[in-house]
Design a protein around this ligand. Structure first.
Ligand code: IPE
Ligand code: IPE
Ligand code: MG
Length: 241
């Protein structure tokens, strides 16, 4: 019988901000603002449940395809809200780690990221993994390059490479994702945490992210806890045919 414990790591594909705004006759940026406020509220709530790791997908490597105005709005959000983010993290004792490629980000954004990570480094019990200019393909390529580099430097023998060692080369050393939530009605992964979600339970909500509040999260959580996870094995308590 399925009866899962609270997940250790919840990941959220934050989607539907634009449609939330358009349906209200507002600019897409208003949806991003509302979404941003909701991330804080929801994250604080999720941590009160005893969940230790939260990953949130906020800007993908593919999101640069959007218009310049929207891209720069999203970039500036992180810079402009920096103070707000820090106050929130100190109040809630949240450590922020940022996953994604920083090479092609504006220096102001990189500075904000580094500052937020540094300022919040001493809260190891509640980790918020902010995925920004993140793509799972990019992450796997970056990991592979670092591995090749270490092998060429003689740091280890390629024949000893296993899953555990490979995982250490990802952007962050985090446990696997247990529950992946996508808001906004689409049922796809859009290049998010392909390695970490290999055995995650997926939950798709129609609600646009700005409206995805505590009650909606509770629904996702209770559905998760009713699921049965097998990881490729067979659950013992099932009748054996
Ligand atoms: C999610 O909302 C936030 C980002 C991807 C940056 P969207 O902006 O994708 O909103 P929709 O999907 O267009 O409604
Ligand atoms: C996924 O949302 C990326 C983020 C949430 C940051 P998108 O809105 O970019 O995904 P697609 O294009 O609908 O797959
Ligand atoms: Mg979208």
């Amino acid at each position: 019988m399925a009866n899962l414990d609270i997940p250790n790591h919840v990941a959220i594909i934050v989607d539907g901000n634009g449609r939330w705004a358009i349906e209200r006759g507002l600019a897409r940026s208003r949806g991003h603002e509302k979404g941003f406020r909701n991330i804080q509220k929801l994250t604080a709530y999720i941590f009160t449940k005893g969940i230790k790791y939260v990953s949130a997908y906020l800007f993908s490597t593919e999101n640069f395809k959007r218009g310049e105005k929207e891209v720069s709005f999203l970039m500036n959000l992180l810079v402009g809200k920096q103070k707000d983010i820090l106050t929130f993290c100190h109040d809630e004792k949240i450590k922020v780690v940022v996953s994604g490629r920083q090479e092609n980000l504006n220096t102001k954004v990189v500075k904000a990221i580094k500052n937020i990570e540094w300022e919040t480094r001493n809260y190891p019990d509640r980790v918020f993994n902010l995925c920004f200019n993140y793509g799972a393909h990019a992450e796997l390529i970056d990991a592979t390059k670092k591995i090749v580099d270490d092998v060429q430097k003689g740091k280890f023998d390629i024949n000893t490479l296993d899953e555990e060692k490979y995982a250490k080369y990802l952007y962050q050393d985090l446990p696997p994702v247990d529950l992946l939530i996508r808001t906004g009605g689409e049922q796809r992964i859009s290049n998010f945490m392909l390695w970490q979600c290999s055995y995650a339970e997926f939950y798709f909500a129609k609600t646009y992210f700005p409206d995805f509040e505590e009650k909606e999260f509770d629904k996702a959580l209770s559905e998760y806890m009713r699921r049965e996870r097998r990881f490729g094995g067979i659950n013992d308590e099932k009748p054996n045919n």
